[in-house]
Design a protein around this ligand. Structure first.
Ligand SMILES: *[C@@H]1O[C@H](CO)[C@@H](O)[C@H](O)[C@H]1NC(C)=O
Ligand SMILES: *[C@@H]1O[C@H](CO)[C@@H](O)[C@H](O)[C@H]1NC(C)=O
Length: 543
């Protein structure tokens, strides 16, 4: 490489000739490289140059260059590093004088050192770490370290690049003094918690050189995610009467946030008091359990609203539909709607004695009830609808045979196992005067010794009546008739109540040996019933 002559001029001073010459060379030329031929460029002939013993005078630049005194060539003596020599001064030059003797002349030589791109941009640290909240809004800026390039001008830093540019873009001011990273698109910790970006500083030299710095970003969580249940609606089934404390279902919600922002607490928010009384949720596990007794007969299903809340107060809710299954836990209930405690023995067949209502609170087969009564009674059960039964007479009644019935009504449901209820009705059969009194014998015969006292009781008749009370109260009546033209009542009398037959007079065997008459037995019914009997009296002789 050869130096370039930039400028050449001269002027005359009083004592000496002063002229100035200037070269321009790039830095880093190898030792011995030719900068220029001073003798030629100053217009000396060779003799004068040699005789003048040309030499370099310099305060501090002399180390870098040397002069060939024989031919006037100016050579690089030591490696010239522009950055070491001039740092960031953009115009960098070596200034020295070339002095000749006899006569003394001196010339100012300037060697401009031009920059070559021998330094890459560098950052003073390999990485920068940022912790940025995911709630940071677009436009938020983050100051980045600048790079340095020892070279100057076009060889200095010309640009920066930031990659990838999904969320952040680079903002540079004109002189590249401020390097900022600007949030362009919101961050989402739940999608990407850590990011690595590369900031590259580029110089403008040929070829380009670059330096890089890693930017590590950790996205900090904010509570921007509400809990979410795995399902909006859950279904559960439970048998009624299961013990309190039984867990019937477990609901689950999750939260995409971190730490406390994802800590979920479950609660039941129904306003209906029965739901709150019967169910509870474990606030940590989501286990829904029973707190009271559920009764299918009161509630066939429940809709429980469970809310999941994170520590930041964000919520989600779900419905838990609980279907209650029936258990055969209710006996049939028998209620007597109307009943007769007493019925007459002459009622017609199919007379309704009692109306009964049956209720079973269970469902389906558990509530399907059948009723029957004990056999061997003159009664039957007729059902009008599923829940109403009539107890009716299905044959004739006879109080004289059976005056009281204990009728047991048994009702059973079809559950497994079946539950049964029973009730016993006591029914009295009331009397109707359907029986006449009947005498012990079809014919009474008795004897009496003559000369008896009047008023002597001869014997007693006995008639009985199968009926009851007044219908069975027997009165004895002497049927009117005549014996030898005389009324029977002048021979005997019958006590109406007791049936005792008295002699009304003293009998004489010689006059009458026997006689007979009729006695009627009559009951107190209305109308009365009666029957009669023949009584024969024999008179016995006495000496
Ligand atoms: C009916 O039941 C009652 C009470 O148990 C009892 O005193 C009575 O003798 C019973 N009657 C019949 C006809 O069984
Ligand atoms: C007595 O009873 C018989 C049948 O047992 C009847 O024929 C007769 O008329 C009755 N006599 C009187 C007086 O009632």
């Amino acid at each position: 490489m050869k130096g370039q002559v930039l400028l050449y001029f001269s002027f005359i001073c009083l004592d000496s000739i002063i002229a100035q010459i200037s070269y321009s060379i790039p830095e880093e030329m190898p030792i011995g490289s030719l900068i220029g031929n001073v003798a030629q460029d100053l217009g000396f002939d060779k003799k004068r140059f040699i005789s003048g013993k040309a030499k370099i005078h310099s305060r501090n630049s002399g180390d870098y260059v040397e002069l060939n005194k024989d031919n006037g060539e100016l050579l690089v003596k030591k490696k010239i590093d522009r950055e070491a020599l001039c740092a960031d001064m953009t115009v960098c030059s070596l200034d020295f004088q070339i002095i000749l003797e006899n006569p003394i002349e001196f010339y100012t030589v300037t060697v401009q050192i031009t920059d070559i791109n021998d330094n890459a941009p560098t950052f003073d640290r390999g990485e920068m770490i940022f912790r940025i909240s995911e709630s940071a809004t677009p436009g938020a800026k983050f100051v980045l370290r600048r790079a340095e390039d020892l070279d100057v001008g076009i060889n200095g830093i010309q640009n920066y690049e930031l990659k990838p540019s999904d969320n952040f873009t680079l903002r540079l001011n004109k002189n590249l003094q401020d390097v900022e990273m600007v949030l362009q698109k919101p961050l989402d910790r739940e999608k990407q918690e850590h990011m690595t970006l590369v900031l590259t500083a580029l110089d403008g030299g040929e070829p380009h050189m670059s330096g890089t710095m890693i930017i590590l970003i950790t996205v900090l969580d904010v509570n921007d995610n509400a809990p979410r249940f795995t399902q909006q609606t859950y279904k559960a089934a439970v048998n009624e009467n299961v013990p309190t404390g039984t867990v019937i279902f477990s609901v689950t919600a999750s939260d995409a946030d971190q730490g406390l922002n994802s800590k979920i607490t479950y609660s039941i928010t129904n306003t209906q008091t029965n739901v709150r009384k019967l169910f509870q949720v474990n606030k940590n596990t989501g286990d829904v359990s029973l707190k009271g007794n559920i009764d299918f007969e009161r509630n066939k299903n429940f809709e429980i609203i469970v809310v999941a809340t994170d520590e930041g107060g964000l919520t989600d809710s779900c419905k838990l539909m609980v279907e209650v299954h029936d258990i055969n836990d209710n006996r049939p209930e028998i209620s007597i709607m109307s009943k007769s405690n007493v019925i007459s023995e002459n009622v017609k067949i199919n007379t309704v004695v009692t109306v009964i209502n049956i209720e079973d609170k269970d469902s389906d087969e558990n509530g399907n009830v059948n009723c029957f009564i004990n056999e061997n009674t003159p009664f039957g059960l007729k059902s009008s609808t599923n829940s109403f039964y009539s107890l009716i007479t299905d044959s004739e009644l006879d109080r004289e045979t059976t005056s009281e019935y204990n009728i047991t009504l048994i009702c059973s449901d079809k559950g497994e196992p079946s539950l049964t209820s029973s009730v016993t009705l006591t029914l009295q059969i009331s009397d109707v005067n359907d029986n006449a009194p009947t005498f012990d014998k079809t014919l009474y015969e008795s004897s009496i010794v003559e000369n008896n006292k009047a008023g002597l009781s001869i014997f007693t008749l006995k008639a009985t009546d199968a009926d009851w009370g007044q219908n069975a109260r027997v009165s004895y009546i002497l049927e009117d008739s005549t014996i030898s033209g005389v009324s029977v009542s002048s021979y005997v009398s019958v006590s109406a109540d007791s049936g005792i037959i008295h002699a009304v007079r003293s009998f004489d065997y010689e006059q009458i040996k026997d006689f007979q008459f009729h006695v009627k037995a009559q009951d107190g019914g209305s109308p009365p019933l009666s029957s009669n009997v023949t009584v024969k009296i024999l008179i016995q002789d006495q000496n």
